[in-house]
Write a protein that binds this ligand. Structure first.
Ligand SMILES: CC(C)(COP(=O)(O)OP(=O)(O)OC[C@H]1O[C@@H](n2cnc3c(N)ncnc32)[C@H](O)[C@@H]1OP(=O)(O)O)[C@@H](O)C(=O)NCCC(=O)NCCS
Length: 391
């Protein structure tokens, strides 16, 4: 049976819903309104694997995202809801769906990069995804947190606060790698009526300068907390101290935790999202003007990427990055870097340095000078993808 992998057709919306519900063990009638009300609902972004005489057995959803690398927003496909009907699992259908969807992410939908939160890293690694961000788990007993008078300036967010919250998010995250440029659909999801989800803002005489989104359950789970000023950060942190839950959790970046004075000294970072370049040329071009071009011009240098990729053959063409742009290179170019696509994803995100990958035997260059240049072009950037951008 030769599977057909493509975008879902309008007549297949219910079959997609049924496949998702069967795989995730959800009630179809309860899930239906949520499925159709999803602000990102778009059948061109629901990819399916259909078998002749059977229909859809496997599907996934592509979530449109602009993921920042440095200050540059790169169009990225968030891959979510990968699902195979239980009757067809462990026969390679999800792997086939993902492998055939990869080239389409660029050719049909225009995303040069893809990312996902993996259920099983080895499964996605076989298809070229690799870990490219981490989170630090932090937790505390609320009553043990310091208390400041500024917590009096924290109040529940109202609908009129959301434009200012969105502007504050953009202002405070615009240069951080892994943050997403949120559109109104993303904010609609953030504000969604999830059980226990609440938002509060810090507002003093100078205006609104901080917010927190959390989910109450047996414990208090902070989803996101940002403050522009020290009083806002003190106010929000000590507002946590006033909550009744026995424990507050926040898995975040060292930078976010540090800004609120929360120590993550004894915590080990946990792997979080995986990335996979879909069009290397597309990513290199997106990063060229603001980043690669000036560094290469300063060094009067170029760098050719010699990459292996079994699923997206375009990535296996030599690509030369010069001070003026990205062009087809040649295997005989002088300054080159050789790696497989899986190694390259974390380097492009700034999760690892090229020299570190070389030390692990995953990358070679023609000379130590080229390796130094590669480290300048692909510096460490501590990527962190906020939980509110991951679903
Ligand atoms: C995960 C899932 C999509 C895999 O679909 P599939 O068609 O069976 O996948 P394939 O046959 O191509 O590959 C199977 C591989 O998936 C991985 N896998 C499947 N189920 C898994 C699970 N529950 N936990 C971890 N890994 C799992 C394994 O690596 C497995 O390889 P193995 O059989 O060699 O151990 C399917 O099991 C499913 O729909 N699960 C429920 C929904 C879900 O959790 N989706 C993923 C999160 S978005």
């Amino acid at each position: 049976m030769r599977p057909d992998v493509r975008a879902a057709r309008p007549s297949e919306a219910e079959a997609v819903l049924e496949t998702i519900c069967a795989a995730f063990d959800l009630d179809v009638d309860a899930a239906r309104p949520i499925f159709y009300a999803d602000p990102y609902y778009d059948l061109s972004h629901k990819r399916v694997l259909a078998l002749p005489n059977v229909g859809i057995v496997s599907c996934l959803t592509v979530v449109p995202t602009l993921l920042r690398i440095g200050g540059i927003a790169v169009p990225a496909a968030g891959v979510a809801g990968v699902a195979t009907h239980p009757a067809f699992q462990r026969q390679g259908f999800a792997a086939t769906l993902l492998a055939a969807t990869l080239p389409a992410l660029w050719e049909e939908l225009g995303y040069p990069l893809s990312f996902l939160h993996p259920i099983s890293a080895p499964f996605y690694r076989r298809l070229g995804w690799e870990m490219a961000s981490s989170i630090l788990p932090w937790s505390a007993v609320p009553s043990s947190l310091p208390r400041y008078a500024e917590s009096d300036f924290v109040r529940p967010a109202t609908s009129s606060d959301w434009p200012a919250i969105a502007a504050l998010h953009t202002e405070l995250t615009h240069s951080a790698t892994g943050t997403c440029l949120r559109d109104s659909r993303r904010w609609q999801l953030v504000r969604m009526d999830v059980p226990g989800r609440e938002a509060f803002v810090y507002e003093d005489a100078a205006g609104m300068s901080g917010y927190v989104v959390w989910e109450r359950g047996e414990t208090l789970g902070v989803m996101e907390m940002l403050g522009r000023t020290a009083p806002a950060r003190r106010g929000l942190a000590s507002f946590l101290a006033r909550q009744p839950e026995p424990v507050v959790h926040w898995a975040s970046s060292a930078a976010h935790l540090g800004a609120f004075g929360f120590s993550s000294a004894n915590k080990r970072p946990e792997p979080d999202i995986m990335v996979r370049p879909v069009s290397l040329q597309g990513i290199l071009e997106a990063l060229h003007t603001a980043h690669f071009g000036p560094i290469l011009a300063e060094n009067a240098a170029s760098l050719t990427f010699l990459v292996t990729d079994g699923l997206c053959p375009e990535n296996a063409r030599p690509l030369r990055v010069t001070p003026t742009g990205v062009e087809l290179g040649s295997a005989t170019d002088r300054s080159w870097l050789r790696a497989d696509i899986q190694t390259l994803g974390p380097l492009l995100m700034g999760f690892r340095l090229p020299s570190e990958a070389q030390g692990s035997g995953l990358l070679t260059t023609d000379s130590p000078e080229t390796l130094m240049l590669a480290d300048r072009l692909l510096p460490l950037r501590s990527p962190y993808v906020a939980p509110l951008d991951q679903s």
